[in-house]
Design a protein around this ligand. Structure first.
Ligand SMILES: Cc1ncc(COP(=O)(O)O)c(C=O)c1O
Length: 384
C-alpha cells in the first residue's frame, strides 16, 4: 500500500467497494521492464487495466500497446499512441474489425490459423491497403505449466502448423513477420520461456528453408505480480529470457517484444471493500465462519475462479489471532464464493462494517466487473 493510496482512502467518503491505482507504481514498473529487457519493445496488454490515465502515462513513457478489440485500439489512440505502436493481438477477430483496425492505421496482427490469415488478406484488399504493408505473427501453443492463470489451448497452434500458417500469409501477400506465445499469466517459473523459444527458433529455421525470413518473436505476458506467494523479480525474467534467446538464436537475435499486463499494473492497485456479514452455518464450535464482502466474483474479483489467484487481504486487526474463513461476495449467486476449498485466515475480531484492503488488484479487476448483476454497480476506479 503506497502512502498516496493510504491518503486517498483516508479521505474517501463514498459508499461501495473501489479500486485505487497509483500511477507512480506503474511508472516504476515500466522502468523495470525497460531496464530488464533493454532491446525489447514493451506492448502493454491493455486488457489488464484500460483506464485512460494508465494508458496515457504508458504512452508518454514510450510504451506500445497490445489490444484485443477495436475499442481497445481506440483507447490506445486516444491516450496518444500512434497506430504503429499498436498491435491487434487477439487471434479471434471479426473481418470487419480487422478492416476497421487497418483504417485506424494498425498494421500488426496476431493469427493462429489459415482462416484468420485469409480474413486479414481480404480486409486489407477491402480497405485498399497493400497486403505487403500488413504484418502478421503466428501464435503457438504453450503448456503454461507453472502459471497460476493458465491460458490453455484456446489460443495458438502447434509449432509445425505455425510454419504453414506463416507460409499461407506469405502466399497471400502479407508480411510473415514472426512468432508469438504466452507462457501463462502469473508465471512464476522464469525458465518457461526456454521451451517456447526453442519452438520459435525451429519455426524461424523451417520458414527460412521455405524462403520466408521472419523477424520478430513476441514473448507475450506472464510476468507476475506479488500476491500471497513470493515471485522472482523482473530482472530474473530478463536474464532468463536473454539466456534462452541466445541459446536458441545464437548471435542472430530476432527483434523481440513483450506484452506485460499483470506485471505492469497488478501491484499498483488496491481495492477497499467492506464486511457485510460474518456468520456460521450451525452452532457447532468447530463450524467454519463465513465472511461476506461487498465485492465478489461479479464485482471484479473474477480471477478467484477455481481459487486461482489468492489476493493478500489486510484488515485493521493485523497481528491478532486468526481463524479459517470462507470468503464470499454479496450477490445471490452461489458461484460468488472467493475462497472455500482453501479457506482464508482472517482475524477472529473481524466484524460487520469493517473495511478490508485487497492488494495486488490493479490488473484484471475493473473490466471483469458486471454492469449491474443483482443491482450492484460496476467497480469504481480512481487513478491517482
Ligand atoms: C495476447 C496477450 N498478451 C498479453 C497478455 C497479458 O498477460 P499478463 O497479464 O500475464 O502479462 C495476455 C493476457 O491474457 C494476452 O492474451
Amino acid at each position: 500500500m503506497t502512502e498516496r493510496i493510504r491518503e486517498f482512502l483516508r479521505t474517501r467518503r463514498e459508499d461501495g467497494p473501489c479500486l485505487v491505482v497509483d500511477l507512480d507504481v506503474i511508472r516504476e514498473n515500466y522502468g523495470k521492464f525497460a531496464r530488464a529487457l533493454p532491446e525489447t519493445r514493451v506492448f502493454y496488454a491493455v486488457k489488464a487495466n484500460p483506464a485512460p490515465e494508465v494508458l496515457k502515462l504508458l504512452a508518454e513513457l514510450g510504451s506500445c500497446f497490445d489490444t484485443a478489440s477495436v475499442v481497445e485500439i481506440e483507447l490506445a489512440l486516444a491516450a496518444g499512441a500512434t497506430p504503429d505502436r499498436i498491435s491487434f493481438g487477439n487471434t479471434i477477430k471479426k473481418e470487419r474489425d480487422i478492416a476497421r483496425a487497418l483504417e485506424l492505421g494498425v498494421r500488426l496482427f496476431a493469427v493462429d490459423c489459415e482462416a484468420e490469415v485469409e480474413k486479414i488478406a481480404r480486409a486489407s484488399a477491402q480497405v485498399s491497403i497493400p497486403a505487403a504493408e500488413v504484418k502478421v505473427f503466428c501464435r503457438i501453443l504453450c503448456d503454461c505449466v507453472g502459471a497460476e492463470w493458465p491460458l490453455s489451448r484456446k489460443f495458438g497452434c502447434v509449432p509445425d502448423m505455425a510454419v504453414d500458417v506463416l507460409e499461407h500469409a506469405h502466399r497471400n501477400g502479407l508480411e510473415a513477420y514472426g512468432v508469438s506465445f504466452h507462457v501463462g499469466s502469473q508465471q512464476r517459473n522464469t525458465e518457461s520461456w526456454d521451451v517456447a523459444l526453442a519452438s520459435a527458433s525451429a519455426i524461424f529455421r523451417e520458414c527460412a528453408e521455405r524462403g520466408i525470413h521472419l523477424s520478430m518473436v513476441n514473448l507475450g505476458g506472464g510476468f507476475p505480480t506479488k500476491y500471497l506467494k513470493s515471485v522472482p523479480a523482473v530482472e530474473a525474467y530478463g536474464e532468463a529470457i536473454f539466456q534462452a534467446l541466445s541459446k536458441h538464436f545464437g548471435n542472430r537475435l530476432p527483434e523481440t517484444i513483450i506484452e506485460p499486463g499483470r506485471g505492469m499494473v497488478g501491484n499498483a492497485g488496491i481495492i477497499e471493500a467492506e464486511v457485510v456479514l460474518v456468520s456460521k452455518k450451525s452452532r457447532a464450535e468447530d463450524e467454519i465462519r463465513w465472511v461476506y464482502l461487498d465485492i465478489g466474483k461479479f464485482g471484479g474479483l473474477a480471477e478467484t475462479m477455481d481459487e486461482s489467484i489468492r489476493y493478500p487481504i489486510r484488515t485493521e486487526h493485523e497481528g491478532t489471532p486468526t481463524v479459517p474463513c470462507v470468503l464470499a461476495g454479496p450477490t445471490c449467486d452461489s458461484a460468488d464464493v472467493l475462497y472455500e476449498k482453501e479457506p482464508y485466515m482472517l482475524p477472529v475480531s473481524l466484524e460487520i462494517g469493517d473495511k478490508v484492503l485487497i492488494e495486488g488488484t490493479g490488473a484484471y479487476t475493473t473490466t471483469y466487473s458486471a454492469v449491474a448483476f443483482n443491482g450492484f454497480p460496476p467497480l469504481k476506479s480512481y487513478v491517482i
